[in-house]
Design a protein around this ligand. Structure first.
Ligand code: B4P
Length: 193
């Protein structure tokens, strides 16, 4: 198995690059943001609770997203590997993910961290908000709250994996193709054929 975390602040291009990476490497894409948005679209109880937090730019509780990932791992026993997009977002989520994978005799191979300046993040998300219908993208103060939440709670995820020497920074500015090539280069260095 090859298990990859695509890491970075909101709007750094995780979702954009994930689509291409799963298609090139045949990984199963697990995006907690997408799973939560599908719960919202289906108007489930979990979705309604998550929406209130997401609309404020806050994180959804750890136990909720960890439960979602546990089910997704259990439901995909045939996967060649997983691409985790937007998860883990807290130290507790990282520890839980490591435990869930080690129960299956697996682990994280690499954490690719997209690096993008704050002004570029805000520009991209406001731009996406013009067409995406995502309520968390239309208001600059909500976008800034998401970035603050990232600095407060999510940057520690990289610190956690740095202890195991798993983190590689990748410049997340440039064309989508250029960034994809840089990500693939790092994967190729680590991938066992
Ligand atoms: P997510 O769905 O994970 O989304 P994101 O952080 O907004 O964006 P991403 O980095 O994927 O950006 P994208 O590629 O789309 O999270 C949403 C919310 O869900 C969170 O705020 C939180 O409330 C909740 N949540 C999710 N996971 C959670 C967890 N584990 N724990 C707790 N809460 C959780 O790119 C953004 C834009 O940039 C796009 O418009 C794209 O077209 C553009 N773009 C991409 N690459 C570009 C490039 N190279 N140049 C120019 N533009 C580019």
């Amino acid at each position: 198995m090859f298990n990859l975390i695509l890491f970075g602040p909101p709007g750094s291009g995780k979702g954009t690059q994930s689509e291409r990476l799963i298609s090139r490497y045949g990984l199963k894409h697990l995006s907690t943001g997408d799973i939560l948005r599908s719960e919202i679209a289906n108007q489930t109880k979990l979705g309604m609770e998550a929406k209130t937090l997401m609309d404020r730019g806050e994180l959804v509780p750890d136990e909720v997203v960890i439960g979602m990932i546990r089910s997704a791992l259990d439901n995909n026993p045939e996967a060649k590997g997983f691409l985790f997009d937007g998860f883990p977002r807290t130290k507790a989520q990282s520890v839980a993910l490591d435990t869930l994978l080690s129960e299956k005799g697996e682990g994280i191979n690499v954490v690719l961290a997209l690096e993008v300046t704050e002004e570029e993040l805000i520009k991209r998300l406001l731009n996406r908000g013009l067409t995406s219908g995502r309520t968390d993208d239309v208001n600059e103060s909500v976008i800034r709250a998401r970035i603050a939440e990232y600095h407060k709670k999510t940057s520690s995820v990289a610190d956690h994996y740095r202890e195991f020497d798993k983190v590689v920074g990748v410049k997340g500015e440039g064309t989508v193709d250029e960034i994809f090539d840089a990500l693939c280069e790092e994967i190729e260095k680590r991938k066992v054929a």
